[in-house]
Design a protein around this ligand. Sequence first.
Ligand SMILES: *[C@@H]1O[C@H](CO)[C@@H](O)[C@H](O)[C@H]1NC(C)=O
Ligand SMILES: *[C@@H]1O[C@H](CO)[C@@H](O)[C@H](O)[C@H]1NC(C)=O
Ligand SMILES: *[C@@H]1O[C@H](CO)[C@@H](O)[C@H](O)[C@H]1NC(C)=O
Length: 313
Amino acid sequence: MLHKLLAPLIALLSLSQYVLSFPLTVRLDNGAPLRNIVYVQTFTDSRGNWFNLTDLVTQKSGITHVILASLHLDSPTEIHLNDNDIESSYWDPLWPMVSSLQAAGVKVMLMMGGAAQGSYARLQNDFDTYYPIILQILRHHNLDGFDMDVEENVSESILLRLAQQLDADMGTNFILTAAPVALSMSNSGNLDNVSWPALDKVAISSTRPNGKLFNWYNTQFYDGWGSAASTGSYDTVIKAGWDPRRIVLGVLTAASAGSSWQPTSVLASTIASLKAKYPNFGGVFGWEYGLAGQSDGQTPVQWVQSIGRYLAA
Ligand SMILES: *[C@@H]1O[C@H](CO)[C@@H](O)[C@H](O)[C@H]1NC(C)=O
Ligand SMILES: *[C@@H]1O[C@H](CO)[C@@H](O)[C@H](O)[C@H]1NC(C)=O
Ligand SMILES: *[C@@H]1O[C@H](CO)[C@@H](O)[C@H](O)[C@H]1NC(C)=O
């Protein structure tokens, strides 16, 4: 009797182990892996212990990019990653984990901006002071890319200048992305006064992928600017003329991360539909790692693994 009940369970358990230990990287027709991106803003658990970001590779989550968030230009002498000076010893545990991720083939990027405003305005007012500081940070920590989360009003020309200058100084393999809200991609609503469709038209490069300065857009499909509950919001962005391979579906990793969080069961279905509709679907990002899985009864790394499985399915 016990045997009969246990057998299917054991079969299920060994199947899930098989799935979890299977390499999860899926490739697009241009050879690039289907992106499984996570932003990290919470670096420690509730007891103050650092998350071991290396778990993302040792536990085969299928992660492709980790984006450290958020860089704030507060003044020329106060450049913070969240609440601490980015060059202070507070961050000593972070950098070896960044190197391990990179050694395992994961790209590690830095995001500037987000809900705390002012960084882009300061850059706009004093590019010559702030730009070299950004460049120094990227070089010092050997980072692979820079993500612009512009949630304040700035001129499009300063964003173009920043992208052009980073391209010139960091090279064509350096990843440049931005994190606009979904509605802004069809000029239907925005968190800033930037027209991303207009900026993308002029942000061109003959030497970068797709001829574009911005490799792709980490597009926010939450907080009232879009939804991951179905493919509808993503379809609207693509209908506005965007190439799916440059549009990443940005989702919340837990209900506490914002509004319009979706459980992993719903994300599984949305991702499956997007993969079926768009052979070059640009992938998924989660905001953000430290909270991930809280609403799904999962650890952060398990939540990323779930996304990896849906992308690989
Ligand atoms: C993270 O885990 C790896 C083993 O998976 C270990 O080698 C490394 O020392 C850990 N890092 C930290 C900061 O605990
Ligand atoms: C940006 O400016 C618009 C008006 O052009 C305004 O509605 C909006 O609230 C401003 N956004 C921010 C973040 O200040
Ligand atoms: C956006 O706001 C910035 C800063 O206030 C201003 O310089 C720029 O002209 C505005 N752009 C547009 C398109 O309104």
